[in-house]
Write a protein that binds this ligand. Structure first.
Ligand code: NDP
Length: 270
C-alpha cells in the first residue's frame, strides 16, 4: 500500500491524518497516511528515510516548510515564489519534487464561500510564511489591489519588493485609516495567543469580508473584533486547511476529494 505522511514538530495536534484518511476512503484510494514528528535538527534525514522506504508523498508543516523547499530536486513556480514547500512527491526516478498548496487552498476556500476576489481591494495582515505563500494565488485572481500590512513593516515592504507587482503595496498598520477594504485576510499568528493586529475599524465598509487563517473552537479574536464592528461575513482558516490538503491529495493521486463533508466533521471536532 502506498504510504504518505505529514512531518512537523510538534505533530500530535495535526488534523492531516484524519483528513487524508477520509479523502482516501471517499475516493476509494488504497493508501496509508500517518503523522511523523521529525527531530528539530534532523528533518532532512527523517524525510529521506521515509522516501527510501515505502513513502510516496508527504505534507510538511511548522517549522519545516523552508527546509523542505531546500531538499527538493525541483519545485513548482508557486512553491518557488512562496519560498516554502508543504507537499512532497517522490517521482518515478526517485527524485523529490516540492509544491505549495497553502495559497490555492485559501483561494479555493474563499471562492467556495462566494467571496469575490477579482477586482477586490484586499488587505493582507502579516508578512510571515503564510502571507508570502498566498500572494501569488491571490494575484492570479486579479484583485484591484493587495495592501500588505505587518507589525514589522519592513517585512511587508520586503514582500512587495520580492513579488514586484503593480497591484501590491505595503503599509504601516497605523496608516490604514483612510482605506476601506472589500476583504481583509489575517495571516498573522496573533490569534494563537489571543491577540489580533491593531487595526482600525475605519478599514471596514458595509460589505467587507474578514478571513482569519487561524481556526479554533468558537470565533478567533480577529473575527470577534470583525463581528463586533458589524462585519456580516467572517470565516476562519479551517476551510483553507481542508482545501490545501485536497490539492495535495490531487497532486499525489490524481483525484479531487469532496471537501465539504470533511469540513463539517472537522468543525465538530475542534
Ligand atoms: P510566521 O511565524 O511566519 O509569521 C507570523 C506573522 O504574524 C508575522 O507577520 C508576525 O508579525 C505576525 N504576528 C505574530 N504575533 C502578532 C501580534 N501579536 N500582533 C500582530 N502581528 C503578529 O507564521 P506563518 O506565516 O507561518 O503563519 C501565520 C498563521 O497562519 C499561523 O497562525 C498559522 O497557524 C496560520 N496558517 C493557517 C493555515 C491554514 O491552513 N488554515 C496554513 C498556514 C498557516 P512580525 O513580522 O511583526 O513578527
Amino acid at each position: 500500500m502506498d504510504s504518505y505522511a505529514v512531518f512537523g514538530h510538534p505533530i500530535n495536534h495535526s488534523r492531516s491524518p484524519f483528513i487524508h484518511q477520509r479523502f482516501a476512503a471517499q475516493t476509494e484510494q488504497a493508501l496509508k497516511y500517518r503523522a511523523i514528528e521529525a527531530p528539530l535538527d534532523d528533518f532532512a534525514k527523517t524525510v529521506e528515510a521515509f522516501f527510501q522506504g515505502d513513502g510516496k508523498g508527504a505534507n510538511v508543516t511548522v517549522p519545516f516548510k523552508e527546509q523542505a523547499f531546500a531538499l527538493c530536486t525541483e519545485v513548482s513556480e508557486r512553491a518557488s515564489r512562496a519560498g516554502a514547500v508543504n507537499t512532497l512527491v517522490k517521482t518515478a526516478n526517485g527524485e523529490i519534487h516540492g509544491d505549495n498548496t497553502d495559497g490555492i487552498g485559501l483561494v479555493t476556500d474563499l471562492l467556495n464561500k462566494q467571496v469575490t476576489l477579482s477586482n477586490s481591494r484586499i488587505l493582507l495582515l502579516g508578512a510571515g510564511g503564510a502571507a508570502r505563500g498566498v500572494i501569488l494565488p491571490l494575484l492570479a485572481q486579479q484583485p484591484a489591489s493587495i495592501v500588505i500590512s505587518n507589525r514589522t513593516v519592513s517585512k511587508a515592504q520586503a514582500l512587495v519588493e520580492l513579488f514586484d507587482h503593480s497591484a501590491l503595496s505595503a503599509s504601516d498598520l497605523t496608516q490604514l485609516d483612510n482605506y476601506q477594504f472589500d476583504l481583509i485576510i489575517n495571516a498573522t499568528s496573533a490569534g494563537l495567543s489571543g491577540n489580533m493586529p491593531s487595526l482600525s475599524s475605519k478599514c471596514l465598509h458595509d460589505d467587507t469580508v474578514c478571513y482569519d487563517m487561524v481556526y479554533m473552537k468558537g470565533q478567533t479574536p480577529f473575527n470577534q473584533w470583525a463581528s463586533q464592528n458589524g462585519v456580516k461575513q467572517c470565516f476562519d482558516g479551517l476551510g483553507m486547511l481542508v482545501e490545501q490538503a485536497a490539492e495535495s491529495f490531487f497532486i499525489w493521486r490524481g483525484v479531487k476529494p469532496n471537501t465539504q463533508m470533511i469540513l463539517s466533521e472537522l468543525r465538530t471536532m475542534l
